[in-house]
Design a protein around this ligand. Structure first.
Ligand code: BGC
Length: 357
């Protein structure tokens, strides 16, 4: 008679404790991802600063403005991590995955998984070849490459090298990123005719695995050795690769040569202002994030999504697509990046670079 109430009390206390524990856990999950309807899968932090400094905050702002719950994770360059992040998001109830793949194979597996759980995938920035994404939101990436090719040509004209049969090196992006293929198609559409008619000499040409800036440095140092420093211009696929070229030139005590870039990073702009980089390509991430968030919002709430009939072929299907327009940036128009609130003056005009601003 005495024991029963004690047991009951003890059980009751246990129940209270475990309920409290469950409540605490679920509260902390829901704050992060449990109720996130949209899950953004970013690729890494090292291939470009854009993913954490631009895409993350701008996607967050776009989802907040639409009132959609979201979570944003970063796979740190590991495809198996990205797959488990996708699994976690789907378990937590995500209905849309916004994916920046690390390679098409792992991306296609994630999209297949999403479909099997009744969710939809949207390719963000990078197209997943032979995938099953419902939409693709990006820039016209061949146009990005064309701007790089044209920028290189015009810098070679101003450096006086254009008429001297300059040797051009190409430092391409990751061989597993479909965008890198498109960028190269773009700059080669400008450069190939000039190689062919003898205006330029085709120099070393290499892809940089995973856009790894450290590897890019080693690769470009190898190109310098291989040519006995006989390179007069470099098509580098983004600012990180461009900066690897700049570092290699500086440490070999060589003079600046025209080098291209992409992403309009603070470092890229500093290299432009100090005369070490010819140009970069500005892609408004605010616009890309807003377009992707609005596609995700349309999927979530069954609203019409108008891609104006635009599609991109992924190797097996035509994927309805939104492709935005990139802008070339040089010394002459870089302040557009400030007026557009893409970069802050304090990001660029620091230390030794203050004198250029
Ligand atoms: C993106 C670029 C970026 C590169 C490396 C590409 O897919 O379009 O903006 O610089 O990946 O992350």
């Amino acid at each position: 008679m005495i024991k029963l109430p004690r047991i009951a009390l003890a059980l009751g206390a246990l129940a209270v404790i475990s309920l409290a524990a469950v409540a605490a856990v679920s509260a902390s999950i829901s704050k992060h991802s449990a109720t996130a309807e949209v899950c953004v899968l970013l690729p890494d932090t090292k291939s470009s600063v854009r993913w954490e400094t631009q895409d993350r905050p701008r996607l967050a702002a776009a989802f907040k403005a639409l009132g959609d719950s979201y979570s944003i994770v970063n796979a740190q360059g590991v495809a198996s991590t990205q797959l488990s992040q996708a699994q976690q998001c789907l378990t937590n109830g995500a209905k849309v995955l916004l994916l920046v793949n690390l390679d098409s194979g792992s991306g296609a597996a994630i999209e297949k998984l999403a479909k099997s759980k009744g969710a939809q995938a949207v390719d963000y920035d990078r197209l997943t070849l032979k995938g099953s994404a419902s939409y693709y939101v990006s820039f016209d990436n061949t146009a990005v490459g064309k701007l790089q090719g044209q920028g290189l040509v015009s810098c070679l004209k101003s450096s006086g090298e254009y008429s001297k049969h300059p040797v051009i090196a190409e430092l391409n992006g990751s061989p597993t990123d479909n965008n890198a293929t498109l960028f190269a198609n773009g700059y080669n559409s400008v450069l190939n005719p000039l190689y062919k008619n003898g205006t330029f000499k085709k120099g070393p040409n290499q892809s940089v695995p995973a856009w790894d800036n450290q590897k890019a440095l080693t690769i470009f140092q190898g190109m310098l050795t291989q040519t006995s420093n006989n390179i007069q211009g470099v098509a580098a696929a983004n600012d990180g690769l461009g900066n690897a070229v700049v570092s290699a030139l500086k440490s070999a005590n060589l003079k600046p040569i025209p080098v291209t870039g992409q992403d309009a990073t603070a470092q890229g702009v500093q290299n432009i202002l100090s005369g070490w980089q010819c140009m970069t390509v500005y892609k408004s991430i605010a616009a890309e994030a807003a377009a992707a968030a609005s596609v995700a919002d349309g999927i979530l709430h069954g609203k019409p999504i108008n891609t104006k009939g635009k599609t991109v072929n992924d190797g097996s299907r035509n994927v309805p697509s939104v492709l935005l327009t990139p802008v070339a940036i040089t010394k002459n128009n870089w302040t557009v990046l400030l007026s557009d609130h893409f970069l802050k003056k304090s990001d660029v005009c620091t230390g030794e670079y203050a004198k250029y601003c």
